[in-house]
Ligand binder design. Structure first.
Ligand code: IPE
Ligand code: IPE
Ligand code: MG
Length: 240
């Protein structure tokens, strides 16, 4: 048991929002019904962040591997993302949320990319909660894209290969403006990370919980965070 004085809050929480499909299946409904319920859940979780001491929240919405799903599910998700951003624009302003996206935008359609730019621009001066949405995001893809940009700087003579260290590489990642996550939560009972924040989670704590994402309430969130607060993090050092 960690003494009360050592109970800490998680400054950056990252969530793998999994289980929408199974939630819908349990109700005999199409997968997209589950994705819609999942999207509705996000506002409550973002709203709970300030009181729970969470300054940064990063959510995994669509992975670089999710293109393997049926064309109709992918199209439904892309349309949901467009409607979601347009609909939530004002609530992000009301809640003081600064929105950013990580992932490769190149493969996303023009209309969605425009909405992503708009919401980033509109909310850029908000500072209450930093919400990062991972859309067409894959950890390996991110490191590969970062390496490509870094290699270009080396090739052009702007950067010396000898100067490349962990900090240099981190500057080229999509997450360059974010602290590393303290806690990664995955819902739906799967105990894997599915290519999420591979580099950034080197010292994150993990919580794998059985709740399906559409059932993940602010109360469940608070419970998971209180468990995190009792963990002892060492970062490779000896026991204090
Ligand atoms: C997570 O829910 C949302 C996305 C990956 C887009 P799933 O769609 O993976 O739900 P399950 O895992 O099939 O239940
Ligand atoms: C991870 O969930 C991606 C998102 C939550 C967006 P998946 O459902 O795609 O992961 P796997 O396929 O079970 O590993
Ligand atoms: Mg899944």
């Amino acid at each position: 048991m960690v003494p009360q004085s050592k109970v800490t809050s998680a400054n950056h929480v990252a969530i793998i929002m999994d289980g929408n499909g199974r939630w819908a299946q349990q109700r005999g409904r199409p997968r997209l019904f589950g994705h819609q319920a999942g999207a509705r859940r996000v506002r409550e979780i973002v709203e709970a962040c300030p009181d729970l001491g969470v300054e940064y929240l990063t959510i995994f919405a669509f992975s670089t591997e999710n293109w393997k799903r049926t064309q109709s599910e992918v199209a439904g998700l892309m349309s949901l993302f467009r409607r979601y951003i347009a609909k939530e624009m004002q609530s992000f302003m009301r809640m003081g949320v600064c929105v950013r996206f990580i992932g490769d935008r190149v493969r996303l359609d023009e209309k969605l990319r425009q909405l992503m730019d708009d919401v980033e621009h509109l909310t850029r001066n908000n500072g209450r909660t930093n919400l990062t949405i991972a859309l067409n995001y894959g950890g390996r893809d991110e490191v590969a894209r970062a390496t490509q940009r870094l290699a270009r700087e080396v090739a052009s003579g702007k950067l010396s290969p000898d100067a490349v260290d962990e900090t240099t590489l981190a500057r080229f990642l999509d997450t360059c403006l974010l602290p590393d996550p303290d806690l990664v939560i995955r819902t739906s009972g799967e105990a894997r990370i599915s290519n999420f924040l591979l580099w950034q989670s080197a010292y994150a704590e993990y919580e794998f919980i059985d709740t399906l994402w559409p059932d993940f309430t602010a109360d469940v969130f608070a419970q998971v965070l209180s468990q995190f607060g009792r963990r002892e993090r060492r970062f490779g050092a000896d026991v204090a």
